[in-house]
Write a protein that binds this ligand. Structure first.
Ligand code: IDP
Ligand code: MG
Length: 150
């Protein structure tokens, strides 16, 4: 069982696409184990996107991600990182396949609606930036019980 950090970005909130995006991840089979709406500040944005600090788009990326509230969530499931990334599509919506979130709903690279962790190691780090352990409410045991596994 794996976890990944998802951010529903400001463009998605402003366009009223939060439900659609969350729904696609849920319908894929990932489970929400934590979720909150937050206004990211520059400090959090800089930490979250530290790997992109030297890129020419870093400044505008921080401006964008702090421009209005985002929904931060942790999704859980088998291969959650890869499953979420495939459901999202490529970084550039223009290169994303139809059927993916970015391929169906976005056109430009900065305003690509959603963040998803790119590795299990980064997922662990990113989740810790946004959530305390006590805010992550896994109910896998209940799901196993319904399925008759325990
Ligand atoms: P990812 O979100 O698919 O993991 P990253 O390469 O980690 O993509 O880039 C982080 C975010 O920075 C992207 O989701 C996008 O919003 C923005 N971004 C990436 N490349 C560019 C670019 O070339 N121009 C403007 N913004 C970019
Ligand atoms: Mg990334």
């Amino acid at each position: 069982m794996e976890r990944t950090l998802i951010l529903v970005k400001p463009d998605a909130i402003q366009r009223g696409l939060a439900g659609e995006i969350i729904s696609r991840l849920e319908r894929r089979g990932l489970k929400i184990v934590a979720m909150k709406m937050i206004q990211m500040d520059r400090a959090l944005a800089s930490k979250h996107y530290a790997v992109h600090q030297s890129k020419p788009f870093f400044g505008s990326l921080v401006e964008f991600i702090t421009s209005c509230p985002v929904i931060a969530a942790v999704f859980e499931g088998p291969s959650a990182v890869q499953v979420a990334r495939r459901t999202m599509g490529e970084t550039d919506p223009a290169k994303s396949p139809a059927g993916s979130i970015r391929g169906d709903l976005a056109v430009e690279v900065q305003h690509n609606l959603i963040h998803g962790s790119d590795s299990p190691e980064n997922a662990t780090k990113e989740i810790a930036l946004f959530f305390n352990a006590s805010e992550i409410l896994s109910y896998q045991r209940e799901i196993d019980r319904w399925a008759g596994y325990s």
